[in-house]
Design a protein around this ligand. Sequence first.
Ligand code: SF4
Length: 493
Amino acid sequence: MKLVFSGNDFKYEIEGVMKLFIPATLFDISYIDESFSFGDTVGDMAFIRRVQKGERVLLYALCRIGEKYKHSKAFISADTPDTNNECELALCKCLFKCMTYLTGKTPEWGVITGVRPVKRVNLLLRQGKSEGEIREYMRSRYLCSDKKADIALKTAYTQEKILKTLDKNSFGLYVSIPFCPTRCAYCSFVSQSIEGCTKMIPEYVRQLCEEIEYTAGLCNRAGIYPDSVYFGGGTPTTLSASQLEAVMGRIEKCFDMSRVREYTVEAGRPDTITREKLETIKRMGAGRVSINPQTLNDKVLKAIGRRHTVGQFFESFELAKAVGFDVINTDIIAGLPEDDIQSFQNTVDTLIDKEADNITVHTLSIKRAARLNHEGTQTALHNPAAQMVEYATKRLLDNGYSPYYLYRQKNMADNQENIGWAKPDKESLYNIYIMEEVQTIIAVGAGGSTKLVDLDGGRLERVFNYKYPSEYLKGFDEMIRRRGAIEEFYEKK
Ligand code: SF4
């Protein structure tokens, strides 16, 4: 499909809106001048035009799919504050209306293509807006459905009490273990499967411990302390019990851990979990683990390349309960290939029956890098993810779970979202703070992205580590140099 722009370069947002209707597509982009004539063209096309008309700006979208046409226009005053962004939003809405008409689809989040819809709701709540006003704002400004506005509101309410407990001198410590036993078909993460890099792991652990020690020195000097620790990946339990002990021990030794309120290790894949590892994790201070089945259907597990069984998930889950963690999270995914409504419902119902403290319902996102993408177009186009998410939402609400964080990604099946659900007082602080961008995240390890946040000064800076373990091992001195930005940031506060 062609996207033709005139008088604007809103390619990024416009493509985002088009993908809500036509996923898994590469668009043919061109920019034209006034001499362009839509009537002389052929094929599926969207024409996106911005033109100044005296005191006003005309925003215009004209779309053709097959034999059908639709156009939509809007005007805004040329002296509107933030004109460019307002024009972009108006054009996105024009395009959305045309595509709704031509495809018969009405994506539920409207033109919200960004990652954090709840952030907008939190802002409106802080401004004292009522529920009704927020719903109306989401509807008229973003064409968002009441159903999605409601879930964003519910999430914001759950977050309210937790956001109030945030101390601005605290941070979340993220520890990246970018290894997995095998690569899942839908994964686009930088993680490397262990088969190719077993030899690298001891060196990685050694260097990670050095980075932890160096970073802790910086944080201590800057007067900031961790209030949560999060081991993510990859699959942190790809490490042996003694390697986990070494990394967790170094954290304990170097950081001021006296005010840590939450300590999570994503055990992730049941095929990496042993009693010894779980006991080590618990003994070293973690109270929250994630054990992720993704689905409780062996056929689906096989289709997505997870080399574990449903039986192994149950064993790991019971083991984690027996070891005595405070919170066990389980991740599942709506819209997986080979899955169907009934099997997904069974996954949700079983996890509720098992009394998982947190259930995180992801929607499949087919990213470019994922192996699945080669066969993925059909998965993206004919996917019952919306029905699955609706079922999960109803069942979880009915069973006392609340949504506590919510985010969206590009190319999500059926334009849904990812939601973390929790039983009362079992919400994860780390997930809320990171998603709402209200707290500094100090990341260590390959692929780690440190985010420095100063809410009072309105500053947000990022410091990136090398992505891949091999680069990480080679580029240690450069990464240590980049860490200087942490001290500089806090000196300015
Ligand atoms: S466990 Fe997660 S990070 Fe690892 S391959 Fe699977 S989806 Fe990717």
